[in-house]
Design a protein around this ligand. Structure first.
Ligand code: UDP
Ligand code: MG
Length: 323
């Protein structure tokens, strides 16, 4: 007797494209953004759905989205119980999207919808499973955003070998790549790095980062630092190796000082090592703390994984179910 095989999801009902839009406090710009997005989608990809993930906005984003439901029958959305972060919002979108391809893009208009046909073309032609938007220019970004991005990307390159300098979350993934990402068991996620890690054939498409439709960037420096720590600890054990090297360096330095101390003792020179001693104590004291800090970052990551809490909680869904 053969086991019952679950019937596959009806492929015919899956739209060609799902667009995932994480949104946090985007009330002022979301309607304009959706108008622009749906205009482009009607023209380039009539079989589509759009999932806006309201990441616990404190403003009227959700109310605006509900209003938008009437004009846009293909709009879907979920609202988190609180702000869980952009990575969680992207994950929620990936879980809900049914499209044969999925595009992730920001809600603030900085990822121009007009680029969608160019993202779709290599995928439709079968040339790539991932079509990644990369930032040719950052005209829409202020100096603080550029400096943050620069520091973050340098650190990532140094420690993980992943060059994310021009990369962005604005990218198209084939269903196969989406399913691969969803199968990852890890809780702590870094979307951009994970898609690069999968190794699926990728084509890059350049775009100019547009100015925000409204408001300021939502990331706070603290959040960005947490993202950097997540990204680094998830993709590299190099900081641990660096601590080891620092330890070796410290031992060599200590050995040299020991030789010097012994030499002074043998030759009868009065002990005058107070300065060097202070330097050594301070240096290795702080190096110890730094080392413990790095270990702590990895431990925190493990703790997050082991707790295995859901990465987000959904408060409500947007539009009434559609036929
Ligand atoms: N975002 C989010 N949750 C957050 C922070 C940001 O969903 O906690 C969304 C935000 O609404 C926007 C996108 O992520 O659609 C990018 O955020 P932002 O524009 O602040 O960052 P940047 O453009 O500088 O990367
Ligand atoms: Mg932005």
């Amino acid at each position: 007797m053969t086991a019952a095989v679950p019937s596959p999801a009806p492929e015919a009902r899956a739209p060609e494209l799902s667009v995932i839009v994480p949104a946090f406090d985007e009330a002022d710009g979301i309607a304009t953004f959706l108008d622009r997005l749906f205009d482009v989608l009607q023209a380039c990809c009539p079989e589509h759905e759009v999932w806006v993930i309201d990441d616990g906005s404190r403003d009227d984003t959700w109310t605006r989205l509900r209003e938008e439901c009437n004009g846009h029958p293909r709009l879907e959305g979920v609202r988190f119980t609180r702000n869980f972060g952009k990575e969680a919002a992207i994950l929620a979108g990936l879980r809900h999207a049914r499209g044969r391809a999925v595009v992730v893009m920001d809600a603030d208009g900085q990822h121009p919808p007009a680029l969608l046909p160019q993202l779709l073309e290599p995928w439709r032609a079968g040339r790539a499973r991932i079509v990644a938007g990369y930032k040719v220019a950052r005209t829409g970004d202020g100096w603080a955003a550029r400096l943050n991005a620069f520091l973050f990307n340098r650190l990532m390159l140094m420690l993980t070998g992943l060059d994310l300098s021009a990369s962005s979350d604005f990218r198209l993934l084939d269903r196969e790549a989406v399913d691969a990402l969803l199968a990852f068991p890890e809780r702590v996620r870094f979307f951009r790095g994970m898609t690069v890690w999968t190794g699926f054939s990728t084509v890059q498409v350049g775009f100019d980062v547009a100015p925000r439709i409204a408001g300021e960037r939502r990331w706070q420096t603290g959040q960005l630092m947490r993202l950097a720590i997540t990204a680094i600890t998830a993709y590299s054990a190099k900081p641990l190796a660096l601590i080891f090297r620092l330890g070796v360096f410290g031992m060599v330095a200590a050995l040299l000082l020991l030789i010097q101390a012994l030499y002074s003792w043998v030759t009868g020179v009065a002990v005058s090592g107070w300065t060097s001693l202070t330097v050594v104590v301070l240096f290795f004291g702080s190096a110890n703390l730094l080392g413990i800090g790095v270990l702590g970052a990895y431990l925190a990551q493990l703790f997050e994984e082991i707790k295995a809490r859901p990465p987000f909680l959904i408060r409500e869904t947007l539009c009434p179910p559609k036929p």
